[in-house]
Design a binder for this molecule. Structure first.
Ligand code: ATP
Ligand code: MG
Length: 230
């Protein structure tokens, strides 16, 4: 079991390879205080998603260790670790069911009022209320009836409801109109409050909203700094 965490994150000389052969991450070290928001940027194949895979323990490190507060992530159950972590991947997952079901996924006992409140906070409410049956509209698994931006807003509402201490977001790369982009930024700003977050950022507006930027290149954090510094 994992005790309730504050959300400090430490990587201590972490090296990692997916299979025998060359390291994908080399001696990555950093410490993040609870509540900070980190933007991960850098070229394709640099290792950004890999850093996040290790934090959420989709894989285990080969050398070094990953700690949350002072706990090695390998010393707690996956279930207790993930219960305090919200992971929003690029390809937002929507299953067939109503919008309500899709948002409730993070917290099965949430009431309709709680869901609507969460959706309002992350700016998802406006598009949902305009759907044919509002929150009761049935969406398909492929989510083809929803745009990429709308799916991401649903995942924000889902994450807010689950209320994790650590938030991980792999920002959608698909082209999004200016209006949706603004909504997403406002939603992200709300989501970040009071949490530690790691965002693989593709948009300058997201990078600007982060307290620190890690420039990842060739399996290392090549540079760290604020938006002004880099
Ligand atoms: P992108 O911006 O394209 O998402 P990234 O910075 O997230 O890139 P990673 O996905 O972390 O990059 O990949 C780092 C390296 O690890 C790449 O060389 C990639 O080919 C390799 N890699 C990623 N996932 C796996 C996997 N599951 N098995 C083997 N190699 C992998
Ligand atoms: Mg990636």
């Amino acid at each position: 079991q994992m005790p309730t965490i504050k959300g400090n994150v430490t990587f201590d000389d972490v090296s990692f390879r997916y299979e025998e052969g060359k390291n994908i991450l080399n001696d990555v070290s950093f410490h993040i205080n609870a509540g900070e928001s980190i933007a991960l940027v850098g070229p394709t194949g640099a290792g950004k998603s890999t850093i996040i895979n290790l934090l959420s323990r989709f894989y285990d490190v080969n050398e070094g260790c990953v700690k949350i507060d002072d706990i090695d992530v390998r010393d707690v159950t996956l279930k207790s670790l993930r219960s305090q972590m919200g992971v929003m991947l690029q390809d937002t997952f929507v299953f067939s069911g109503t919008i309500l079901d899709n948002i409730r996924y993070g917290k099965l006992d949430a009431t309709e009022d709680e869901i609507i409140t969460a959706a309002k906070i992350v700016r998802a409410h406006d598009f949902i209320k305009d759907l044919k049956d509002g929150y009761h509209t049935v969406v398909e698994e492929r989510g083809s009836t929803l745009s990429a931006g709308q799916r991401q807003l649903i995942s924000f509402a889902r994450a807010l409801l689950a209320n994790p201490k650590i938030l991980i977001l792999d920002e959608a790369t698909s082209s999004i109109d200016t209006k949706t982009e603004e909504l997403l930024q406002e939603g992200i700003a709300e989501l970040l409050k009071g949490r530690t977050s790691f965002i693989i950022a593709h948009r300058l507006s997201t990078i600007k909203n982060s307290s620190q930027i890690f420039y990842v290149d060739g399996g290392r954090i090549a540079e760290k700094g604020t938006h002004e510094e880099l």
